[in-house]
Design a protein around this ligand. Structure first.
Ligand code: SF4
Length: 350
């Protein structure tokens, strides 16, 4: 029988959610000119663009057209590590740039905006987290990729949503108790599915936290044929209504694989770009973020991911600014649990 333990005396820092950036709109000619210039600079500087599914459609297209990749954070880490380019340009949020640097300490890592952070990372400061870990010395520390290098360095394992459940099952089978951080919704989902004994850091993602269960029920009644796809950072009552719960990659695969023509999608709407490309003709509906108790700080669009644009990507390539640096000693410590994650993911793939 599994047990849940609640965190003791934890008061997390308040996360200030920035307004969604508004970028000057570009004509299609201006966009094409910008993309052409960026592609030339990528070649000239021996650089490759690695973009997350939640960035703009323009950035995702450019990453693919220029020989880079569009992926979830696990695949971004893998791709950057295996690609021979001397410079990695990471369009995403800060922890992704840091992970790229830790895995590739000899490479230069640039980001369009290093101030693009993440509510999970912000609400899990290393010092407070370390003190929390000290309270549970007999627990294996598992942290989500959405954390700082210093938090990773304090952990035994790093995971992404794509392998979180498999790892929890693996550790539970070995009789290990898990200290999970920082996303409590993903942690509770993993605990419920794996039966592992876990204690949770109570962080959350500002985007997924906003999906509303009652409004989702209403939308499902209007679209009874739609399959419901939910990222596990969403609240439990939303996850409970899902036909598929999974990482961004798993949700994209579900749109392609399932016979349904309609899908209600509970994750950042940036993912629609890849879903439309992978399954043209299918109808994608946003899971509601409005309704009782709605705050709509993000409205299903991460404000930090929105800090990446063609404009600041060009500036970074022209100037070489915004380099991500991680002190070598810290990087060496954080590399250990990141390598474990990549090795574990490789074994899962067989
Ligand atoms: S979508 Fe959520 S988890 Fe992802 S970067 Fe934004 S705040 Fe962090």
């Amino acid at each position: 029988m599994s047990k849940k333990a609640e965190p003791r005396h934890l008061i997390l820092p308040t996360v200030v959610v920035p307004p969604h950036p508004v970028w000057p709109s570009l004509s299609s000619e201006e966009k094409t000119a910008l993309k052409t210039r960026i592609k030339a600079l990528l070649q000239e500087k021996d650089a490759v663009l690695v973009a997350h599914y939640y960035t703009s459609a323009d950035l995702q297209e450019l990453a693919e057209e220029s020989g880079g990749c569009v992926a979830d954070s696990l695949e971004m880490a893998r791709f950057g590590h295996e690609h021979p380019a001397a410079t990695l340009v990471v369009a995403g949020v800060r922890f992704m740039g840091e992970t790229a640097k830790i895995l590739n300490i000899e490479k230069r890592v640039l980001m369009p905006d290093p101030g693009a952070t993440c509510s999970l990372d912000e609400a899990c400061p290393a010092e407070l987290f370390s003190a929390f870990c000290d309270q549970y010395p007999d627990h294996t520390v598992v942290v989500y990729a959405n954390t700082s290098a210093a938090v990773k360095a304090r952990s035994d394992w790093v995971v992404t949503s794509g392998i979180a459940l498999a790892l929890a099952r693996h550790l539970a089978a070995r009789g290990e108790k898990i200290l999970w951080a920082p996303d409590r919704h993903l942690g509770h989902y993993v605990q419920e599915q794996s039966g592992a004994e876990m204690v949770f850091w109570p962080g959350s993602c500002v985007v997924h936290e906003e999906f509303r269960a009652v409004a989702l029920e209403r939308l499902r009644r209007i679209h009874p044929q739609a399959a419901v796809l939910v990222h596990p950072e969403s609240p439990a009552q939303v996850i409970a209504q899902a036909d598929v719960v999974g990482s961004t990659t798993a949700l994209i695969e579900a749109v392609v694989r399932l016979p349904n023509q309609e899908f209600i999608v509970a994750t950042d709407k940036g993912i629609f770009s890849k879903m439309r490309q992978s399954a043209p003709g299918k109808v994608l509906l946003e899971a509601p973020t409005v309704g009782e108790g709605a705050t709509c700080q993000s409205c299903a669009s991460c404000p930090w991911m929105g800090m990446n644009s063609l404009q600041n990507l060009l500036t970074v390539l022209e100037t070489g600014s915004n380099e991500i640096l991680v002190p070598p000693e810290l990087a060496a410590k954080a590399l250990v649990p990141i390598r474990r994650m990549l090795d574990f993911a490789r074994q899962l793939q067989g």
